[in-house]
Write a new protein. Structure first.
Length: 822
């Protein structure tokens, strides 16, 4: 009987427990749904701000450079006028296919030459043509094809501009030729002083030799006269062989055969043991391709996908060598030379490159050192697991004319096409193995190519280009104020700044992503917001009236805005964004719960109380202390449990407004004990990350070294380059915001912070205030809950103008809230 009763009771308890669990589960589901909905409806979809009007990028999307202005001249006079009307740095853009910022410089003027594209003079009989430098090879081919003529030397693709190609001193797959300089008869140049000059081998030969392969550092090439060749029918022949046989095979079969027009040898990754010779011979065979030039409306659907597939892992690479290429090369092909020279870069694919991109590199090895270099290259690629799509071998005869010649002897070129990630970390990794490759090529007396990412150290550049000084002396003579600049010459043209640049580029941990100054905004809002909350409580406001949902909306609005500003302009920083999502979701959950609580139980107990209880006061103090600490330290370092202790020990248990007193105690204990636990949990992992960042910001400034420590004792000089150029460290976060105005007031000039030339800051002022800081670009306003009638304004400023902006704040009585370090 007893047994049956126990059984009944147990069953009843089970049912009740199950019901409670079910209710809890429903509550949890409802809570998660509410949080999700709140996030969904929060934010600022309408924000469409942009940081720069002129961002110059290239095909890799790795090097966006914000410029002050872009002008597209249509005549020499317009080029001259643009140079004379400006006073800052000028970069020159052709087709913009170079891959390392060679056409841009921060805050400079770009002369975009692409609309400057007419034929100036032409002799079909004597086979030469003079064109404006912005003309593309494709446009030139269309012009000369009806006359039975071809470009003598150009790259594999026809999208590039003539001016850009000459400035890089390009080469192609042609046999019996070297770099393009041998086919250039004459140049017209506009120099930094606005003068228009001609340059040939006899007239201004130093300009001819410096400007060809001069990467836009000497002047603007406005016209180019080129030798042309006969357009002929060419037939393709291919043969696969071990790479150990290639050099001899080439010498015996290809090098001196004047019937070979194009040749390249494709080396198959990941073993780099086999080469496929692909050569095009002059032929009388009937055409298999009737088009004279590749049609512009050709579909580029399959080929990019095939390239992507054959690059995807070892299977794809094996499949290419074993299946795709044998099938592709199985049939005979006879085409016009102009057809074979008119490929479009679209065949490489036009898909999203925000996370993974495809880039080129090129190494030039003296022909006799070919067999030494191959195993070294193979070892580096394999050790660093470089995702190589293809290595194409080309051949070039020597160029003894250009000062920046990459073929001082007869060379084979190794054109390396590989994929890489787009983050700063990925770029660093590529930099490491690229410098290994460059060391290897220099030891074999070769050179590396300059239109790609400038990973080479300054010393490596000087070793590979031993005549660079001749080029630099011409540059100093015709461009004494260094008007013609770009990212390549910023690094390698020896100025005071480039020495510092080299030091900073090699300084471990110096470079931080510029996007971080924007992306830290939502995170910092969670520093500002607790202070607003503390302020709100201190002013005697009812905590139940605090607009928690508006705070949530503000967080997500800031997230949306900084995402709009940085997306596409900087490499994707998904790690940081994920962190913003994690703290955003947890903050939303916290505020939703808090709002619900304060508007039910909290409101009720407040209604029963006649005044703020001592517990209310301790809660205010706790929030103020928390708000102050997190300006300078990580939030998880806050002593949550000390305040929980205080609310019990510093107040009496009984007293007036007892209900409110007890409710506040319990509510606060729950909230801060939970936070203490959470802080312990994530503190350990986060601590390691924070420790790694050492709590310091490194910057390049110009200042009087002796007076620096008088300004602030926490400033440390890392390196003194003389004449005021100093590399210093200052505290991060709140400390950074404190020290920067002091430095500005002392006349310190900021040059670069953590490798960046732009920085975000915010101010807080009366909502009707009109005045803003000098030289800064307004981005948006953000809500301030307390004190009332205030607004937060967010600005971005060039680091070089930060001193002026900060000083103008002091002058206009505007409160600097924060300078967002990286
Ligand atoms: C898919 C691909 C394939 C390639 N294949 C080859 C190849 O087979 N062989 C080879 O040699 N290279 C090759 N390259 C490299 C290419 O030749 C260079 O990047 C070349 O500069 C591209 O020409 P561009 O018109 O885009 O020049 P841009 O990138 O616009 O400019 C290159 C440089 O020339 C300067 N410049 C441009 N126009 C002028 C001007 N009018 N006056 C003065 N300076 C000027 C610029 O300031 C810049 O420093 C390849 C690049 C890509 C992306």
């Amino acid at each position: 009987m007893m047994k049956v009763q126990f059984g009944d009771l147990a069953a009843k308890i089970k049912v009740v427990l199950r019901r409670i669990l079910r209710v809890l589960l429903y509550v949890l589901i409802a809570f998660v749904a509410i949080v999700a909905m709140v996030i969904w409806f929060s934010g600022d979809d309408s924000y469409d701000g942009q940081l720069h009007d002129h961002v110059i990028s290239d095909i890799t999307e790795l090097n966006p450079v914000p410029m002050a202005n872009v002008i597209a001249p249509k005549s020499v006079d317009e080029v001259v006028a643009a140079i004379k009307a400006s006073s800052g740095p000028i970069s020159i853009g052709g087709g913009r296919f170079s891959m390392g910022g060679q056409t841009a410089i921060d805050n400079g003027l770009q002369l975009d030459m692409r609309d400057y594209d007419q034929v100036v003079d032409f002799s079909a009989a004597d086979r030469w043509i003079t064109v404006q430098s912005g003309m593309s090879w494709r446009e030139l081919q269309e012009y000369i094809d009806p006359h039975g003529l071809s470009v003598k030397i150009m790259q594999t693709y026809a999208n590039f501009s003539v001016g850009g190609s000459v400035s890089v001193n390009v080469h192609g797959r042609y046999i019996g030729h070297g770099p393009i300089i041998s086919s250039v008869k004459e140049l017209q140049l506009v120099l930094a002083d606005g003068s228009v000059v001609q340059a040939t081998r006899l007239e201004n030969p130093h300009l001819f030799r410096a400007a060809i392969g001069g990467y836009g550092g000497i002047g603007v090439i406005t016209e180019v006269t080129l030798e042309l060749e006969k357009n002929e029918k060419v037939g393709r022949q291919t043969k696969v062989m071990p790479i150990s046989e290639y050099r001899e095979y080439f010498a015996e079969n290809i090098r001196d055969d004047d019937q070979v027009i194009f040749h390249n040898g494709d080396i198959y990754p990941p073993d780099y043991e086999q080469v496929r010779d692909v050569s095009w011979y002059i032929t009388d065979e009937p055409l298999t391709i009737d088009d004279r030039i590749i049609a512009t409306d050709d579909s580029y659907f399959l080929l990019p996908k095939m390239i992507k597939f054959t690059n995807s892992g070892s299977f794809g690479k094996w499949f290419r060598g074993a299946v795709v290429d044998p099938l592709y090369y199985a049939s005979d092909r006879v085409a016009w030379r102009n057809w074979e020279a008119s490929y479009d870069v679209r065949e490489l694919g036009e898909e999203d490159r925000s996370k993974v991109t495809w880039v080129l590199q090129e190494y030039f090895i003296p022909v006799e050192n070919f067999d030494n270099f191959v195993p070294r290259m193979r070892a580096i690629f394999q050790e660093y697991e470089v995702d190589v799509v293809n290595v194409s071998i080309r051949h070039a005869l020597p160029d003894h004319e250009s000062y920046l010649s990459w073929a001082r002897r007869e060379v084979f070129a190794f054109v390396v096409y590989h994929s890489q990630g787009t983050t700063d970390e990925d770029k660093k990794k590529v930099g490491v193995w690229t410098r290994k490759m460059i060391d290897a090529i220099i030891e074999e007396d070769g050179a590396f190519y300059l239109p790609y990412q400038p990973h080479a150290s300054v010393a490596q550049f000087r070793a590979a280009y031993p005549n660079a000084e001749k080029y630099f002396s011409v540059k100093r003579e015709v461009d004494p104020d260094n008007r013609f600049q770009n990212k390549l010459w910023e690094k390698y043209f020896p100025t005071r700044r480039s020495r510092i640049r080299d030091y900073l580029d090699r300084l471990d941990g110096y470079k931080k992503g510029e996007e971080q100054t924007f992306l830290t905004l939502p995170e910092w809002y969670l520093v500002f917001q607790p202070n607003e909350y503390a302020d709100y409580l201190e002013r005697g406001n009812n905590p139940s009236n605090f607009p928690f949902f508006a705070s949530i909306d503000e967080y997500w609005s800031l997230y949306d805005r900084v995402t709009v500003l940085t997306d596409g302009l900087y490499p994707e920083n998904s790690e940081y964004k994920l962190m913003l999502w994690i703290i955003g979701v947890s903050t939303t959950a916290e505020f939703v719960a808090k709002s619900f609580y304060e508007n039910t139980i909290g409101r009720l107990t407040r209604w029963t109380a006649s005044e703020d209880t001592p517990e209310d006061v301790i809660i205010q103090e706790a929030h103020r202390a928390y708000g102050s600490l997190i300006y300078f330290e990580a939030w998880y370092k806050f002593p949550f449990m000390d305040y929980v202790g205080r609310i019990w020990s510093d107040t009496r248990f009984f007293g007036p407004n007892f209900t409110r007193k007890l409710e506040r105690k319990l509510m606060f204990t729950g909230e801060f004990a939970f936070k203490a636990l959470y802080a312990k949990l994530i503190g350990f992992g986060a601590e390691t990350a924070y420790e790694e960042s050492d709590g310091l910001v490194t910057m390049h400034i110009v200042a009087d070294a002796d007076s620096l420590t008088l300004i602030d004792s926490e400033i440390t000089i890392l390196k003194d380059f003389g004449d005021g150029d100093l590399i210093v460290t200052v505290p991060r976060w709140g400390g950074f915001t404190e020290v920067m105005p002091k430095l500005a007031a002392a006349g310190v000039q900021f040059i670069e912070i953590s490798g960046n030339d732009e920085v975000v800051f915010s101010t807080v002022e009366h909502e009707n205030a009109k005045a803003g800081p000098d030289k800064a670009r307004f981005l948006f306003n953000s809500m301030v809950i307390s004190p009332k009638n205030r607004k937060r304004s967010v600005y971005v400023v060039r680091v070089e103008d930060l001193d002026d902006a900060l000083m103008s704040l002091q002058r206009n009585n505007i409160q600097l809230e924060h300078v967002f370090d990286f």
